[in-house]
Write a new protein. Structure first.
Length: 186
């Protein structure tokens, strides 16, 4: 069995996970290898494999909620996936950048953003990336997740009345009264 002296992850066989009781029971036991797990190693080497770019109004309006969501994804993933860790969160004012140790967490954050705030989600692999920070340990496994909170179109229509009429016409046409609606317009 291996244990991580830094983060207390345990690896009884092949898979690393967190079980504080197991750690407590075995960390001093004979034959147990006390090492640095891959997650802790990656943090030390600044070796992250996921990047999430976040943009949109949510940064101005619900940043607290956004950060909570990001950290919550890590919290949910981490017990069973010791590489699902946030390396850092960079606040660039009109953009937030999250680096994750593995791909999985970057994916999950992207999916959760889409689920919670809708918006546009675009996931690309390192090979497709044209811009970005070059690292000597660049890996094909890297993933870049782009999420942008898109504007709601209805809000752009000035005046509530116009919007309501348009919505009503749309509804009518959807209900099979499209002919009437078209004639009226002309
Ligand atoms: Zn560790």
């Amino acid at each position: 069995m291996k244990i991580c002296k830094v983060c207390h992850a345990v690896c009884p066989e092949k898979h690393w996970y967190y079980d504080e009781k197991l750690y407590e029971a075995y960390h001093d036991a004979k034959g147990v290898e006390s090492i640095e797990c891959e997650g802790c190693h990656r943090i030390k080497m600044k070796d992250f494999h996921g990047t999430v770019y976040i943009a949109g109004k949510v940064l101005k309006e619900k940043k607290d909620e956004l950060l909570r969501l990001i950290k919550n994804e890590e919290k949910m993933d981490l017990p069973t996936h010791t590489l699902s860790r946030i390396y850092d969160i960079i606040d660039e004012k009109d953009r937030v950048v999250v680096h994750t140790l593995n791909q999985r967490l970057a994916f999950n954050i992207g999916m959760q953003l889409k689920k919670t705030f809708r918006g546009k989600l675009h996931i690309l692999r390192e090979g497709e990336r044209k811009m970005g920070v070059m690292r000597h340990s660049s890996s094909k496994e890297d993933v870049v997740v782009n999420w942008v909170q898109t504007e709601v179109k209805e809000k752009k229509v000035p005046g509530g009345k116009t919007a309501t009429i348009k919505a009503a016409a749309k509804k009518a046409s959807a209900m099979g009264a499209s002919k009437k609606a078209t004639t009226k317009k002309k």
